[in-house]
Design a protein around this ligand. Structure first.
Ligand SMILES: Cc1cc2nc3c(=O)[nH]c(=O)nc-3n(C[C@H](O)[C@H](O)[C@H](O)COP(=O)(O)OP(=O)(O)OC[C@H]3O[C@@H](n4cnc5c(N)ncnc54)[C@H](O)[C@@H]3O)c2cc1C
Length: 402
């Protein structure tokens, strides 16, 4: 593991500045409106396209900049600092199907979809079903043989951006797969303009209201051999394992958005405290409240370092490792929950008002504690991994004898 940089090089600093400028100029003024009306953040999509921010992680051969998870996190953090819904648009491209297609897909998939990703077309991922969330192995989505290809029948819910995306990565059972197990689960890329695909509905939510989750129905959708991203082998769960390992990009992106939203809430609360008087004193002069700031800032910085470790370990073209990613997601989800909650408290009654941004940040990050694998599921993984003898990267852990 190389050292975590406390000073960003010129390229990363320039990327952060670009993302921050877009966030503050083009996104922040509109974010409260999308939250109120639950309209999709179209203006954000346009602003991110104009700034060519969707190119960050797409390979240079396909019109992108070919950068890695660290750069993806910089952009996600800066956009989420003002609006998590808009950051999710980037997340869908950086850490969603396009990255999986680039790392795991065939050349036909890459040349068809990656230029569209770099141009800012949205992609979505369909894993969850009404009766299969945390327990993905209970999914029903399946392929039936059809000549040299297959037909897909599936009903996926909670598909972020599913009603706006051009393609969906659908996790499904390949023929011969054993129901209720991971055996034979793989994934295919579905063009959402295909015959048999329909948007069955959208979810109405507590937060992230500028970026809706859709319910997608797939009724006998034709799947060509080249549409297969990861084949499911009915004899084992190797396909599922490959897919789960790759989802660590999404987990780290989720964590980066939590860090960004929490940073925004923390900075807003501190500015408010320097301005708001109670009686003769500023809130910032009250020691009990200074301690709150000390505690939440420390928790946030600790979470940020765990995330940095996972990102640095991924390198420019790799995937963040599972144990470090799970620890980072837990820490960043919980830190964001605490920071945004305390930011509301520090603003008093105004913190609870929709005229101030901290309650929106709280509602938004609440969804991130559930998406990309809940905090509980990350804890299950971390607990069993540690007790099973796995240790996270760093010289301070000594692996126990197996
Ligand atoms: C904002 C948002 C965006 C999302 N985007 C997508 C998307 O784009 N694509 C997609 O496919 N899905 C998406 N999801 C769905 C998400 O992945 C699931 O909601 C999540 O995996 C949990 O599944 P579930 O809702 O069925 O809850 P359940 O699996 O029913 O779990 C209910 C509760 O029980 C806990 N639990 C479950 N099993 C265990 C266990 N073994 N031990 C301890 N606790 C457990 C869970 O942590 C949770 O708290 C999104 C969800 C949200 C909120």
């Amino acid at each position: 593991m190389s050292a975590i940089d406390l000073v960003e090089d010129d390229d990363r600093a320039a990327l952060r500045k670009l993302a921050r400028d877009v966030a503050e100029r083009d996104i922040a003024p509109h974010a409260p409106g999308w939250d109120e009306t639950e309209e999709f953040a179209e203006a954000s999509l346009e602003a991110l396209r104009r700034a060519e921010l969707f190119t960050v992680t797409v390979g240079e051969d396909y019109g992108g900049m070919g950068m890695g998870d660290v750069e993806a996190a910089i952009v996600l953090e800066e956009i989420a600092r003002v609006d998590v819904s808009s950051a999710i648009l980037c997340q869908l491209v950086f850490n969603g199907p396009p990255r999986a297609i680039e790392h795991l897909g065939n050349e036909t998939l890459r040349s068809r979809w990656l230029p569209q990703a770099a141009a800012g077309e949205l992609f979505c991922i369909g894993i969850t079903e009404p009766d299969a969330g945390s327990a993905a192995t209970t999914m029903r989505a399946h392929l039936t043989p059809d000549g040299d290809g297959w037909r897909l029948d599936a009903y996926k819910n909670y598909v972020t951006g599913g009603h706006k995306a051009v393609a969906c990565l659908v996790w499904c059972r390949f023929p011969g797969s054993e129901a209720g197990t991971g055996k034979g689960i793989g994934a295919v890329v579905v063009d959402l303009a295909s015959h048999g695909v329909s948007v069955a509905g959208t979810h109405r939510k507590m937060g992230l209201r500028g970026c809706t989750e859709a319910e997608l129905a797939f009724d006998g959708v034709r799947i060509e051999p080249d549409d297969v991203l990861v084949p499911g082998d009915p004899a084992d769960n190797s396909g599922l394992k490959t897919l789960l390992a790759h989802i660590n990009h999404e987990r780290c992106g989720n964590a980066a958005m939590c860090v960004g939203a929490a940073q925004g809430a923390l900075e807003y609360a501190m500015a408010y405290m320097r301005d708001r008087k109670v009686g003769t004193k500023l809130l910032a002069e009250l020691q009990g409240l200074q301690w709150k700031i000390a505690d939440i800032a420390t928790e946030l910085e600790g979470a940020r370092f765990l995330l940095q470790r996972a990102l640095v370990l991924a390198g420019r073209h790799g995937t963040p490792p599972p144990l470090e990613s799970a620890m980072a997601k837990i820490a960043c989800n919980l830190a964001a929950k605490r920071v945004c909650d305390e930011a509301i408290q520090l603003l008093g009654g105004y913190g609870y008002s929709r005229e101030y941004p901290v309650e929106r940040a709280y509602r938004d990050i609440r969804g991130l504690c559930i998406g990309a694998g809940t905090v509980e599921i990350q804890r299950n993984f971390v607990g069993t991994a540690l007790l099973g003898g796995r240790v996270p990267a760093g010289p301070w852990w000594k692996a126990p004898p197996r």
